[in-house]
Every structure is written in structure tokens, then in C-alpha cells.
Design a protein around this ligand. Structure first.
Ligand code: NAI
Ligand code: 15L
Length: 268
């Protein structure tokens, strides 16, 4: 049966706020979870991913989890370790203990951010491209995908790991034209990931049907995802403002964009 009640972690964040408004149209009842209060939602659970008891209660009785909570940019390793690595482990343990059958995990392009962006005429980046995290942040997403595989193989807990490109109301940079996922397409993809049958652990790329797309959407489409948007209408203005991508600039020529250049954050 299609999932009805979904725990949305990270509900106070940017993507969580977009999905709180878009996913109910698909018939879901959302239970909300975040370490920060969720504006206008007094019933939201305010707790940290480090609180295993709160997580167990939060996942009890839900049909699926859409796991968006975590640090969403590069940060010192200790912080990433707590929120993204231990936090995601805590969520999977709670889901296993409570018998939740499926998690949709917000992975990221930064799990493979050092992959060269395809130049014109080159094949799109396949979903089985080797992991090349561009940050500790990307490394934590790579960990989350492996954790998901382990919980499928060992415990039969299903996951769709969505390597999200850039999901914002509009693309704000030239690189984003190639990886942008409109919020409406994001909701379509999460809906497909929540409902497709027999996913085991499936990794998909999360983007709209962009003219300048860098990566392959085949595994996402196999779940039933049909993107409807394209970043191209934003291209002329963004290129006029920012110029074309420079293939000699590593921040332009890799999937992860400026994440590949950012200095490591000290102390380790
Ligand atoms: P965000 O930073 O706006 O939201 C993350 C939310 O998680 C925040 O509300 C924060 O309070 C919560 N959170 C952080 N640590 C927590 C903890 N220890 N316990 C409980 N809650 C915690 O990020 P955004 O953009 O909404 O992204 C959501 C998810 O999607 C993140 O996991 C991010 O890594 C992933 N993602 C997002 C992309 C995007 O384009 N927005 C691209 C790729 C991945
Ligand atoms: C991400 O993983 C981040 O969470 C988001 O804030 C954007 O930076 C996005 O990737 C991106 O690569 O544009």
C-alpha cells in the first residue's frame, strides 16, 4: 500500500519548508521533526537527531521517513560527524527498531562532487559513477548511502538515496542551470521515491529536465519520476550576469562547483 503518514525530518529548513507545502497535495499526512521549532506548526517535534528516544517516538507508526535533517553545507568534521553521520545512523536504528519499511534519504551531488562535469557531447554522469566526495559534508552523504545499503542488505529496510542537485525556487548560478531541481519536480521525485515498489536501495539523481543537464536521470525515471521543469528560461540572464562557465576553473568544471575549492575547515 502507498505510504500515507510520512515523518519529515529537517522540516524547518529550506527544502523542508518547500516540501511541507507541496507534499500534502499528494495525499500525505506529514509528521514534522527538526531541532529548531517549525514556524506555524505547534505539533512539530522539536528534537535533535542525537536524541534516540525522541527519534524512536517520532518514527513509531509512520509508513516512511523523508530524511532531510542535517548540516547542509561544509562544516568542521566534528559537527558533520554528530549531525549527519551519527544522526543518520540514529534515525536508521530507530526505523529498524520500529519496523518502518522505507526511508528517502537526502543525499547530495557533493557525494560525487569531484566528478568532472561533462563537456558538450560527452555522456552524462551515470548514477554508478565512483564516489568522489568534495567535502566532509559530501563524505557524510556517501556514508549515508552506504548505511542505506547496509540496512537494506541486512535488515530489509528500503531506501531511495536522492543525490539532490540544487533544489531552490530558482537557479541562482550558471552551474545550477545543469543541476537545478525545481521544488515542484522535487516533490514529484520524492513522491515517486516514497511510492515506487521494490526499490531495495536505489540511488537516483535529483534534477529537473534541464537542457544543460550534467547527470543521468534514468534511475529516477525508473521510479516513475517525470520531471516537467527546465532551468533554461533562467540561462540568458544568469550568463549575462555571471559569464559562461570557465573549463579551467575547478569550481566550474566539477559537479560539486565551489565545494571542490573551499578550503578545509580547521580544526580537523
Ligand atoms: P537546511 O540547512 O535549510 O535545513 C536542514 C534542517 O535540518 C534545518 O532546519 C536544521 O535545523 C535541521 N537540522 C540540522 N541538524 C539537525 C540535528 N542534529 N537534529 C535535528 N535537525 C537538524 O538545508 P536544506 O537546503 O533544506 O536541505 C535539506 C537536506 O537536503 C539536507 O540534508 C541537505 O544536505 C540535503 N540537500 C539539499 C540540497 C538543496 O539544494 N537544498 C542539495 C543537496 C542535498
Ligand atoms: C547541497 O548539497 C547543499 O545542501 C545546497 O545548499 C546547495 O549548495 C547544493 O548542494 C548545490 O550543490 O548547489
Amino acid at each position: 500500500p502507498a505510504p500515507r503518514t510520512v515523518l519529515l525530518t529537517g522540516a524547518a529548513g529550506g527544502l523542508g519548508t518547500l516540501m511541507r507545502s507541496l507534499l500534502p497535495e499528494y495525499g500525505y499526512t506529514l509528521r514534522l521533526f527538526d531541532m529548531r521549532p517549525v514556524e506555524g506548526e505547534p505539533d512539530a517535534i522539536t528534537a535533535d537527531l542525537g536524541d534516540r528516544q525522541a527519534l524512536r517516538e517520532a518514527v513509531r507508526g509512520v509508513d516512511a521517513v523523508l530524511h532531510l535533517a542535517g548540516i547542509s553545507l561544509e562544516a568542521p568534521f566534528e559537527k558533520i560527524l554528530k549531525a549527519n553521520i551519527e544522526g543518520t545512523y540514529n534515525l536508521y536504528e530507530a526505523a529498524r527498531e520500529e519496523g518502518v519499511p522505507r526511508i528517502v534519504f537526502a543525499s547530495s551531488n557533493h557525494a560525487v562532487g569531484f566528478t568532472p562535469a561533462p563537456r558538450a557531447g560527452e555522456p552524462l554522469i551515470p548514477v554508478d559513477t565512483p564516489r568522489r566526495p568534495d567535502t566532509f559534508y559530501g563524505l557524510s552523504k556517501s556514508f549515508g548511502e552506504d548505511l542505506a545499503q547496509l540496512y537494506w542488505d541486512k535488515h530489509g529496510l528500503e531506501t531511495v538515496s536522492v543525490r539532490i542537485g540544487s533544489c531552490f525556487p530558482e537557479p541562482t548560478g550558471v552551474r545550477m542551470l545543469s543541476v537545478w531541481m525545481s521544488p515542484a519536480d522535487g516533490a514529484r521525485l520524492f513522491h515517486a521515491a516514497l511510492t515506487a515498489e521494490g526499490v531495495g536501495h536505489t540511488v537516483v539523481h535529483g534534477s529537473s529536465a534541464n537542457t544543460r543537464l550534467w547527470w543521468d536521470l534514468t534511475s529516477a525515471r525508473a521510479l516513475g519520476y517525470e520531471p516537467r521543469d527546465d532551468s533554461e528560461p533562467y540561462a540568458e540572464k544568469l550568463i549575462a550576469e555571471q559569464g559562461e562557465l570557465d573549463p579551467e576553473n575547478p569550481a566550474h568544471s566539477h559537479l560539486g562547483g565551489h565545494f571542490v575549492n573551499d578550503p578545509p575547515i580547521w580544526p580537523y
